[in-house]
Design a protein around this ligand. Structure first.
Ligand SMILES: [Zn+2]
Length: 530
């Protein structure tokens, strides 16, 4: 009989700590709700000791999301584990996930501890976590490069102390498939008490083998897999959830396993993460890339038209990808629009419907055919109002091939209107500087990308901007027929996020000053994660 593989999503922990992928509290909650809809079994919400933001995210996710197990990461120390429990204790199904490096390389250069000391620490950490909650996961960090006999001892110590899940990470993405498979088989065969414990994979994509290694781990006996949406994560990323799930789904003929993931939510999950982080997947990304179901070669198109099975192993509908047909035009009503949004996975409330309809009508006046991508772009404008947000009322730029460009912008906040002008080398930069003069927090552009949304020359421009404000990075995304307008709106969105987060961080810091230990301000203690 087919066995279930538990999907452990770490988008909000391992994924979120990768460059450019940071999310604020509201964004993490929005992502967590989608992961719940997707059907993940375990949701790792953060690393509570790493920062106040991580702590708050775990606490709020644990309080709201009740179906999946909510996990929080902690190093093998008293402070970390107690802090993780503090954040988790409201959860319906809490899990403390503690980790400690076990490879000689890490012992010698990072921890400066002997093997015997590490064994003691494992027993202590798992035991302490177990005193807080029933469900405890232990990860021997860098298991892939740990001496096998010693790894077995470490796992034994964790199981003895009450670990319910043993996760064997290939922290540095170094293992080849047969090696990774054998590690699981060895631990399963040699550690006493394994019948009470679930083995878990955690792979990284440094050599492009994260998903293949995950499947190898499953062959070796793992029944939990750790992964992220779009494969985001440290360095080259983690194993991509959508790829693992679809490999299991498509090849059930040879893989006697299944997951409880609602595959039709995969595309929406991928899109939401892109919207929240501003980091898009490449066009040819498996399962969720824009070209994943596009057939270009004539011979392929011909085959697909005769019967899709000739070149299509997955239908776009299975992963919830819009079919890219013309769906709506100028004469479509509100009802048709709401229905189409529903089909695309967006449940809009009343004010959102009104706003979407207004934008839709404006677009339909300028553009004959409205594609699903256009509709997604409309909702991606962001309906969530960040409190005290500046909105762009008006902008004007003047630029020529010679000389400097000038921009004038008018912003509104809480009913008050502000305007200012600035000059710069180009019109976008001039608009950003004018925005800076009003918001008072100047930003530095780190990344600026433009692409068109939807086919045809009347497609709208989508601009994604990543900018640094006071040392922290924020992203904004917007679409318009006018590139400078889209850029201005995207930049303003990132500035609004920055203003909101910086204000919240200052408030939290002054409320907690002196009362919470020094780790409060240490952002990422372990930059490598595991
Ligand atoms: Zn990792």
């Amino acid at each position: 009989m087919a066995e279930k593989v538990f999907i452990f999503d770490t988008t909000l922990r391992d994924g979120e700590q990768s460059p450019g992928c940071s999310m604020n509290l509201d964004e993490k909650l929005e992502m967590a709700r989608q992961l719940d809809r997707l059907g993940v079994d375990i949701l790792e919400a953060g690393f509570p000791i790493a920062s106040q933001g991580d702590f708050d995210a775990v606490r709020l996710v644990a309080a709201e999301i009740r179906r999946p197990i909510i996990a929080a990461l902690a190093r093998a120390s008293e402070l970390d584990i107690n802090r993780a429990w503090e954040a988790l204790k409201e959860a319906a199904r809490p899990r403390i996930h503690t980790f400690l490096a076990t490879s000689d390389i890490h012992l010698q250069y990072k921890l400066h501890k002997t093997r015997a000391e590490i064994l003691k620490l494992i027993s202590f950490a798992v035991g302490l976590a177990k005193s807080h909650c029933q469900d405890v996961e232990f990860s021997p960090e860098d298991a892939g490069r740990t001496d096998r006999a010693y790894l077995v001892e470490c796992c034994h110590a964790a199981v003895e102390a009450g670990a319910t899940v043993l996760n064997l990470p290939d922290t540095v993405g170094y293992c080849l498939e047969p090696e990774y498979e054998k590690m699981f088989a060895d631990v399963k065969a040699r550690v006493p008490g394994m019948e009470r414990v679930i083995l878990s994979t955690h792979t990284h994509d440094d050599l492009g083998m994260a998903v293949a290694n995950t499947l190898a781990g499953i062959r070796g006996g793992a029944r939990q897999v750790e992964c992220t949406i779009n494969g985001i994560g440290e360095r080259a990323g983690n194993a991509a959830l959508e790829e693992i799930v679809m490999a299991i789904h498509v090849r059930h003929d040879v893989l006697p396993i299944f997951t409880n993931i609602h595959t039709e939510e995969l595309y929406t999950s991928s899109q939401l993460l892109t919207r929240l982080t501003g980091v898009a997947v490449q066009r040819n990304k498996a399962i969720v890339g824009r070209n994943a179901f596009a057939h270009e070669a004539g011979i392929h198109q011909d085959g697909v038209l005769k019967n899709a099975i000739t070149y299509e192993i997955i239908t776009p509908q299975t992963v919830g990808m819009p079919s890219n047909q013309i769906v709506l035009g100028k004469h479509s009503g509100r009802h048709a629009l709401v229905q189409r949004f529903k089909d695309l996975g967006y449940e809009l409330n009343k004010p959102e419907i009104e706003r979407a309809y207004e934008q839709f009508c404006r677009l339909a006046d300028r553009k004959k055919n409205i594609y699903d991508e256009d509709l997604i772009a409309i909702v991606n404008e962001g309906f969530k109002d960040i409190p005290e947000m500046f909105t762009l009322k008006l902008f004007q730029t003047v630029s020529a091939s010679e000389g400097r460009a000038t921009a004038t912008v008018e912003l509104e906040k809480d009913g008050e209107v502000f305007h200012d002008s600035a000059t710069a080398d180009g019109p976008c930069d001039a608009a950003f500087r004018a925005i800076d003069r009003i918001t008072g927090i100047p930003g530095t552009i780190l990344d600026f990308s433009v692409h068109t949304v939807g086919p045809g020359t009347d497609g709208v421009a989508e601009v994604v901007i990543r900018a640094r404000f006071e040392g922290r990075e924020f992203t904004g995304k917007s679409t318009s027929h006018n590139v400078v307008e889209a850029a201005s709106r995207a930049y303003l969105l990132s500035a609004n996020k920055a203003a909101y987060e910086l204000k919240r961080a200052h408030a939290a810091a002054s409320a907690a000053s002196g009362s919470i230990h020094e780790n409060e301000v240490v952002e990422r203690l372990f930059p490598g994660g595991y």
